[in-house]
Design a protein around this ligand. Structure first.
Ligand code: KE4
Length: 431
């Protein structure tokens, strides 16, 4: 077996000469876990092969989009046919209507939807729309939730509740985040206080109701319900960022799991099937505030791209088939239960959870309820697990605060092999 990192090392060195950090998105650089990123040469089904032709069982799947597995024949066929008709027009197409209709049929809280090209763009646009529709400027987000890299959302909690956020990135002036209030996830007391102090001036509360950017942390039913109640009472918009959870944790996303109707929903990943496509939507009265009808400007050269919409439509058609999520949920739960059993057998502190095709696990005794608890995980132990799995051909997220994703293409044998690989590493972690 060739040493897996040699060709990857060569490519990584070449990449670093021309692309900052050698990657086009930071998490891919393996900086949290160390070592050399695997450069993907090709992917099929549940697997990808790296530059050294080594196969991995893929539990990232492009961070969620590849829910059918790589190269699903119906999706490949739809994309090939779309490409033959043209790559991009900058003009409306029927397929954008079809995709919009398909999304609205599956997400009852949305009456209208606008297609864009990335989750960042969708969340940023939803934020602008919320502010424009309410005439208010303050927003609430939660520590540990990630909504893309729009300036106003790159913010961490201020020192005290009443003070607003501080930038988490250079290049974001404090003025830009001075209206962003960052609260602790699942903290009811902070939520109540924030609305007591600022309820009349809050445009929206944006949340990942199952937070995949803290690995896998659920909003408690009480907390999610209180977010809904307080937004309604104070005239703020409740925005569910379902870029990761939409069509991933279930056909109706996290809002379906929780039984809560947000005012705006942000979507991405699965609805593009791996192509650059995201969306945001909600009630007609709010959505018609958008240009060209209303005063809130929003635009995009490649929005609703004809190849991306073909990919997304073909993907949604498959996930909407009867029994799709039941089978995927069972497969993912089998993985999580197997990992928990293996860890328990070795006396390893371990907790895990899953919903639909999304899962998370922690080298902690109990499932964390917020970001600061997630970050108490021993990084070195996680890195041992990460690299041990990688060496055994199992590819999980290269950071302990990221979620995992199972596809319809993962076989029972893949799940069993993953559990067995983890069991071998748990033995070393016990020592
Ligand atoms: P993009 O701009 O990366 O398409 O979407 C931003 C975004 C918005 N909202 C949620 C809930 C998200 O999870 C994301 C992006 N997720 C990360 C994974 N944690 C994408 C991976 C990356 O940044 O490379």
């Amino acid at each position: 077996m060739p040493h897996a990192t040699d060709k990857n090392d060569i490519l990584f060195e070449r990449a670093r000469a021309v692309i900052p950090g050698g990657v086009n998105s930071p998490v891919r650089a393996f900086r949290a876990v160390g070592g050399t990123p695997r450069f993907v040469k090709r992917a099929q089904g549940a697997y990808f092969w790296d530059a050294a032709d080594r196969r991995y069982i893929d539990y990232i799947g492009s961070w969620g989009p590849m829910i059918l597995g790589h190269g699903h024949p119906a999706v490949v066929d739809a994309v090939q046919r779309a490409v033959a008709e043209g790559f991009s027009f900058g003009a409306p197409t029927e397929r954008e209507i079809e995709l919009a209709e398909a999304i609205l049929a599956l997400v009852p809280s949305m009456e209208m939807v606008r297609l864009v090209s990335s989750g960042t763009e969708a969340a940023m646009s939803a934020l602008r729309l919320a502010r424009g529709a309410t005439g208010r400027k303050y927003i609430i987000k939660f520590e540990g939730c990630y909504h893309g890299h729009a300036d106003a959302l790159l913010v961490k909690a201020g020192s005290g509740l009443a003070t607003f956020g501080h930038p988490t990135s250079a290049g974001v002036p404090p003025e830009v985040v001075q209206h962003t209030l960052v609260l602790e996830y699942n903290n009811l007391a902070q939520l109540e206080e924030a609305f007591t102090l600022h309820g009349h001036e809050i445009a929206c509360l944006m949340i990942e109701a199952i937070a995949g950017n803290m690995n896998f942390v659920r909003a408690s039913a009480a907390f999610a319900q209180r977010c809904r109640e307080l937004c309604t009472r104070h005239g703020a918009l409740l925005v569910f960022d379902e870029v990761m959870t939409g069509f991933r944790v279930g056909l109706q996303g996290a809002q379906g799991v929780l039984g809560i109707r947000p005012d705006l929903t942000v979507l991405g990943k699965v609805i593009g099937g791996g192509m650059p496509l995201a969306a945001f939507g909600g009630p007609r009265a709010i959505m018609e505030q958008l240009a060209p009808l209303g005063p809130v400007y929003q635009a995009g050269t490649l929005s609703g791209n004809p190849v991306a919409t073909a990919c997304g439509l073909a993907t949604l058609k498959e996930v909407a088939r009867p029994g799709f999520f039941e089978a995927l949920s069972h497969k993912t739960r089998t993985l999580v239960d197997g990992l928990k059993s293996a860890a328990a057998a070795e006396g390893i502190a371990f907790s895990a959870d899953s919903e639909g095709g999304m899962f998370g696990f922690f080298l902690l005794d109990a499932l964390p309820q917020n970001y600061s608890t997630v970050m108490t995980t021993d990084n070195a132990r996680f890195n041992t697990l990460f690299h041990g799995l990688l060496e055994r051909g199992v590819y999980i997220a290269p950071a302990l605060y990221e979620a995992g994703f199972v596809s319809a293409a993962h076989s029972d044998e893949d799940i069993a092999a993953t559990i067995d690989a983890a069991r071998q590493i748990f033995k070393t972690l016990r020592a």
